[in-house]
Design a protein around this ligand. Structure first.
Ligand SMILES: CC(C)(COP(=O)(O)OP(=O)(O)OC[C@H]1O[C@@H](n2cnc3c(N)ncnc32)[C@H](O)[C@@H]1OP(=O)(O)O)[C@@H](O)C(=O)NCCC(=O)NCCS
Length: 197
C-alpha cells in the first residue's frame, strides 16, 4: 500500500537591521570576482543555484532547487519580479585558473517587499568553493547594495538544520525573528508487518 507521509521542516526567519549596523564592504579572496547583475547572466546564476543546492536538504523542501530547469525558471521569475533589486544580485566567479577557465561558483539575489524592506533569496556557493569566505562576501555585497537603494531591514529564511548557513548569517549580524514550518509530502511503500508468534 502507498502511504503519504508528511514531513515538517523547521525554518528560521532572520533579520538584519541596517539602522543599527553599518554594512561592511565585502572582503574577497584574490581568486574570486563578484559580477553585478546583467540579464545575460541569468543562466549562470541558475546553474550555480542548481549545483549549490542539488545535494542539500533545501532541494527536498523546494524541489525546483534540485533541478536545472527548475532553477532556470526560478531565476527568470526572480529577475522579472517587481521588487527585484539588481544592486543586490551578484554572481561569484573563480578566476584563479586563468582567463580561459573562469568558473561561476556563487549566486545571490534579493527582492524588495516594501519601501525599506527586502528579502535575500537563496544564496548558494558550489561545493568546491565553500569555506573561502565567498558566502560571507556575497551576503555583504547584497546587503551593501540594498543599503544603497534605501533598504533598512533585510530578511531571509533558513532551514534550522542548515548549520553552515546559520553560522554565516549570525556572524554577519542576522538574528532569528520567527520560527516557521514548511511541510513536504512523500509517498512511500507501507509493507505489511509480519505477525510475531
Ligand atoms: C551556506 C553557504 C552559502 C556558505 O558559503 P561559503 O562560501 O562556504 O561561506 P563562507 O566561506 O563565507 O563561510 C563558511 C566558513 O568558511 C570560513 N571562512 C570564511 N572566510 C574564509 C576564508 N577567507 N578562508 C577560509 N575560510 C573562511 C568561515 O569562517 C566559515 O566557517 P564556519 O562555518 O565554521 O563559521 C554554502 O555552504 C552553500 O551554498 N550551501 C548550500 C546552499 C545553502 O544551503 N544556502 C543557504 C540557503 S539559506
Amino acid at each position: 500500500m502507498r502511504v503519504l507521509n508528511l514531513r515538517y521542516h523547521k525554518r528560521f526567519q532572520m533579520e538584519l537591521d541596517l539602522r543599527r549596523l553599518r554594512p561592511q564592504t565585502p572582503a574577497l579572496h584574490p581568486d574570486y570576482r563578484l559580477s553585478p547583475w546583467s540579464p545575460e547572466l541569468v543562466y549562470d546564476h541558475a546553474e550555480v543555484k542548481y549545483l549549490s543546492f542539488r545535494d542539500e536538504l533545501d532541494a527536498v523542501i523546494f524541489p525546483c532547487l534540485g533541478d536545472l530547469e527548475g532553477c532556470v525558471k526560478l531565476m527568470q521569475e526572480i529577475c522579472e519580479r517587481d521588487g527585484f533589486v539588481p544592486e543586490a544580485t551578484w554572481l561569484a566567479r573563480y578566476v584563479g585558473a586563468g582567463p580561459r577557465k573562469i568558473e561561476p561558483c556563487g549566486t545571490i539575489q534579493a527582492i524588495r517587499v516594501h519601501r525599506n524592506r527586502a528579502n535575500i533569496q537563496n544564496i548558494g556557493v558550489t561545493p568546491h568553493h565553500r569555506g573561502r569566505g565567498l558566502g560571507s562576501a556575497m551576503v555583504c555585497a547584497a546587503v551593501l547594495g540594498l543599503h544603497q537603494v534605501g533598504v533598512t531591514r533585510v530578511a531571509l529564511e533558513v532551514t534550522a538544520d542548515n548549520q553552515a548557513a546559520l553560522r554565516l548569517y549570525r556572524r554577519l549580524g542576522f538574528h532569528p525573528t520567527k520560527t516557521v514550518y514548511k511541510t513536504t509530502e512523500q509517498l512511500s511503500d507501507d509493507s505489511p508487518r509480519r505477525a510475531v508468534r
